[in-house]
Write a protein that binds this ligand. Structure first.
Ligand code: NAI
Ligand code: BAL
Length: 498
């Protein structure tokens, strides 16, 4: 991927045609109420577009169109190979439009163009390709029944699914959910976050160009209470997959319980520990992992390494290296490809992150906001009950906590209601494995910080996750349901009674 100059990116930005309608039944249309909301560039405050502000009536219409499409089988009953061809075409179209989408994503979210070009777009395309390729490689099962019976265990698409998305990876989270949902044959109602509605709308348009039939892929921009809640409560939506805060995740369980008991998958927040033991090798590499884990995507990442739990013997040397690495993360104009730290997504989120900077622990690095930009910040924390040590900040803020032993490190790492991701750095293979087993998190990395890739399931323990998993073959479980077909092959009456 050859990056362009800032001027070239600005020229692309100036020439973009931004989508503004809701995308229902294969075409853009205004919200039925006629209402709109603004989406702005968080880095500059500049108005980008007035987008349809959907409401319950738009949800009803989209669900009806999605249900029609599902029932007549225009997508759900296509041969798997035919669905695969369409989704591969979509992935190729995204590749052809990658630069346009990268700029749109950066403008709408404040993410750096560097990340959009080198991570978000390539990973989005790879995710869709991966799930498309999988479609015709998943087999049903035959159960071990007697000779007089044939018992089939089949996977069927679950039906109409609501996909409620966050703003931190608008395209990638869209791909994580539409990839397996469309592959399985479901019809989808996507609700992008109100902060970042643009790229999901453009992808829906491209999906239609690729051959996804009308009604199968609908996108409803708007706010949580007006669109998210009616999706959660809709009697004709069969499943919801949500990524966002734990607080809103809880609401989706309530909505399901109070409506049709739709299946709910929740991927929520985290306060993810990076445990570094005294015997960790190559501290420079450890520091690079911790810094990337903490500051990548401005820390607006559910799996961000937001807590460094370091054993005292290695602390001083590690912190020195972390400070050196952190200073290599330039902050500024997201469209400047040299920058690694862009703008926080919104003024409201900026206020939330700033409130943690005013808490008063020792600031080892950063600690200041400049407009919509927050410096990579490292806080040394002695009070383990302090808010920056316990709460998800979702900004470029690393909290450092010191421990004396392996057991204390693991206990502190697990002392959180969350359980999304964790890591342990040690040269001792026994401690690595003991630690990885003891850490209560959906993904544990050893001697690195990350969340795996598309081949491995991603989701959280405890208040970080509920229900199914994103990514891997396992993601298809969210969008399919098992059907047993039990065939009686006996042909005399006596056996029919037994
Ligand atoms: N796990 C993750 O990846 C994410 C975690 N968060 C965490 O949540 C905090 C708050 O961010 P928010 O944008 O407010 O997250 P949120 O959970 O409120 O928003 C996520 C999605 O849920 C929708 N939503 C909001 N209220 C709703 C409601 N009452 N009913 C149905 N849908 C609703 C939103 O419109 C958005 O599409 C962040 O500071 C961060 O700590 C936020 C985004 C992603
Ligand atoms: N790290 C990808 C998932 C998320 O932040 O929501």
């Amino acid at each position: 991927m050859t990056l362009l100059t800032t001027e070239d990116y600005k020229a692309i930005a100036a020439g973009l045609t931004l989508p503004t309608g809701a995308f229902i039944d294969g075409r853009f249309r205004p919200a039925q109420s006629g209402a709109t909301f603004e989406t702005r560039n968080p880095a500059t405050g500049q108005l980008l577009a007035e987008v349809a502000a959907c409401g319950p009536a738009d949800v009803d219409l989209a669900v009806q169109k999605a249900r029609d499409a599902f029932e007549d089988g225009r997508w759900s009953r296509l041969p798997p190979r035919a669905r695969k061809e369409v989704l591969i075409r979509l992935a190729k179209l995204l590749k052809r439009h990658a630069r346009e989408l990268a700029v749109m994503e950066s403008l709408d979210s404040g993410k750096t163009i560097y990340d959009c070009e080198t991570v978000d777009l390539p990973e989005t395309i790879h995710c869709l390709t991966w799930h498309a390729e999988l479609i015709d490689k998943i087999y049903d099962q035959t159960a071990p029944a007697s000779d007089d019976h044939l018992a089939l265990v089949l996977r069927e698409p679950v039906g109409v699914v609501g996909l409620v998305l966050p703003w931190n990876f608008p395209l990638l989270m869209l791909a994580w959910k539409i990839g397996p949902a469309l592959a399985a044959g479901c019809s989808v109602i996507v609700k992008p976050a109100e902060e970042t509605p643009l790229t999901a709308l453009r992808v829906a348009e491209l999906a239609t160009e690729a051959g996804v039939p009308p009604g199968v892929f609908n996108v409803l921009p708007g706010h949580g209470p007006e669109v998210g809640e009616p999706i959660g409560r809709h009697m004709d939506i069969d499943a919801v997959s949500f990524t966002g805060s734990t607080e809103t995740g809880r609401r989706f369980l309530r909505y399901a319980a109070e409506s049709n008991l739709k299946e709910v998958t929740l991927e929520m927040g985290g306060k993810n520990p990076a445990v570094v033991l005294d015997d960790a090798e190559n501290l420079d590499r450890v520091a690079a992992h911790v810094v990337t884990g903490a500051f990548w995507n401005m820390g607006e990442n559910c799996s961000a390494a937001s807590r460094l739990i370091v054993q005292s013997g290695v602390k001083e040397a590690l912190i020195a290296r972390i400070l050196a690495h952190a200073r290599e993360w330039p902050m500024g104009d997201p469209l400047d490809p040299a920058n690694r730290v862009g703008a926080l997504v919104s003024p409201a989120h900026l206020d939330k992150v700033r409130s943690y900077l005013a808490e008063g622990p020792t600031v080892l690095l950063g600690g200041k906001a400049h407009g919509a930009f927050v410096e990579p910040t490292i806080l040394e924390i002695t009070d383990r009950e302090a808010a920056p040590a316990r709460e998800e900040i979702f900004g470029p803020v690393l909290s450092v906590l010191t421990v004396e032993s392996f057991d204390e490190a693991i206990a502190l790492a697990n002392d959180t209601p969350y359980g999304l991701a964790a890591s342990i750095f040690t040269a001792n293979v026994k401690k690595a494995l003991r630690g990885a087993r003891a850490l209560r998190a959906g993904t544990v990395t050893v001697n690195s910080f990350g969340e795996g890739d598309i081949t491995t399931p991603f989701g959280g323990f405890r208040q970080s996750g509920f229900g199914g998993r994103d990514n891997g073959i396992h993601a298809h479980d969210q969008y399919t349901q098992l059907k047993t077909i039990w065939i009686d092959l006996a042909d005399d009456a006596a056996e029919a009674v037994s």
